[in-house]
Design a protein around this ligand. Structure first.
Ligand code: PLP
Length: 374
């Protein structure tokens, strides 16, 4: 990176780490980004093709309000809320960006239980607010301690970020914990990020209507297989909606994505197959890997594995040489250096992963070293 000394930039920019996406290597099996191994909803792909062929999708005009309204209404039906409580954005990432702009500024604080999705930290810092990191309890499957979170809050706390199921640990938050936080810290927004809720089979979206300071984030990137299109949404109290519309960039979700997401919601068969594949796959991975490594229980479409005494970078490097990419969790604050996150793939991909990990482990055992790193 060249530094342009002529134009000063904000100090905080130096502190922000670039987002680390899962590695994409040509011809490798990619189990590093928690994507849908079945691909996009076929109905979504068909809807794009049909809308383009019929001229209903006209790429030369700005996205149509009617498409957005139709999608918000369909999301409201899917989540059993009113469409007045739904806003959409360019993935959960885009929705989060807008929400942080609404709630956080200089002097404000945000609570982030770690390890968790790294974008929360970046957005809080970009807003000139202060992140308060609270370690999750590794000995209790990375559960949060609501007492610690409440104790870390103060009159400046404006947001509390809770990913459930949490990335990268896979565990969900209990409804009582969310209630306790919403009630104990009433001047902070409790942000419940449910990017992986479909795989957990449960959602706390219904409690949003009981509180003015709870909102829920969901996405089309995971269970619906539309990560490349960038569509996410928030289910939130109505008092936030007007501000959300003011602060959000105009036309943040494009027409192709709107049409596809609407069709994907109706494609219940693809959703069912995707969820089933993940549930059986994560059970398989856990059964095969437990005993050799510590495998944490997961309600998401990935499993977290502790490869100690080896390091995550050594194992990820070896897997990569065997044609498989998984996520080295060193980039997650508070995750240490022996955790890897494996996205659930097709059964064939899962079997290849297990075989590769076993082969890799044998090689290490035979060479008599516990770590391939100094
Ligand atoms: C917890 C969590 N939230 C949000 C996202 C991003 O979702 P989207 O693709 O909708 O921006 C991810 C992506 O991996 C995630 O793990």
């Amino acid at each position: 990176m060249t530094l342009n000394m002529a134009v000063p930039v904000r100090d905080v920019i130096a502190e922000i780490k670039e987002y680390q996406p899962g590695k994409l290597i040509k011809d490798a099996i990619k189990l590093s980004s928690n994507e849908n191994p079945l691909g996009a909803s076929p109905e979504a792909v068909r809807a794009i093709r049909n809308a383009l062929a019929s001229g209903e999708l006209n790429l030369s005009i700005y996205p149509w309000e009617r498409n957005e309204e139709a999608l918000r209404a369909a999301i409201a039906r899917y989540t059993a809320v009113n469409s007045e409580n739904v806003v959409i954005g360019a993935g959960i990432d885009g929705v989060l960006d807008t929400l942080v702009k609404i709630f956080l500024g200089r002097g404000d604080e945000a609570i982030i239980p770690v390890p968790t999705f790294s974008l929360y930290e970046s957005l809080v810092k970009i807003a000139d607010a202060t992140p308060r990191y609270i370690p999750r309890n590794a000995g209790a499957n990375y559960a949060i301690s609501r007492d610690e979170l409440v104790a870390a809050s103060n009159s400046k706390t404006r947001m509390i970020f809770l990913s459930s199921p949490n990335n990268p640990t896979g565990n969900c938050i209990a409804v009582d914990d969310v209630r306790a936080l919403a009630e104990s810290v009433p001047r902070a927004m409790v942000v419940l990020d449910e990017a992986y809720a479909e795989f957990a089979g449960s959602s706390l979206v219904r409690i949003m209507s009981e509180y003015e300071n709870v909102l829920v984030l969901r996405t089309f990137s995971k269970a619906f297989g539309l990560a490349g299109l960038r569509v996410g949404y928030a289910v939130l109290p109505e008092w936030i909606v007007g501000m959300y519309r003011k602060v959000s960039l105009p036309f943040t979700v494009n027409d192709v994505a709107l049409v596809a997401a609407l069709a994907a919601l109706q494609d219940t068969e693809h959703l069912r197959r995707s969820v089933e594949l993940v549930r059986s796959g994560r059970q398989y991975l856990r059964a095969e890997l437990q005993g050799r490594f510590t495998v944490y229980p997961s309600e998401a479409n990935f499993v977290l594995v502790d490869v100690a005494p080896r390091t995550s970078s050594a194992v990820c490097g070896d897997l990569e040489e065997r044609g498989i990419t998984v996520r080295d969790c060193r980039s997650f604050k508070g995750a240490g250096n022996s955790l890897i996150r494996i996205s659930v793939g097709t059964q064939e991909q899962n079997e290849k992963l297990v075989a590769a990990l076993k082969a890799e482990e044998r090689t290490v055992r035979n060479s008599g070293s516990s770590s391939s790193e100094p």
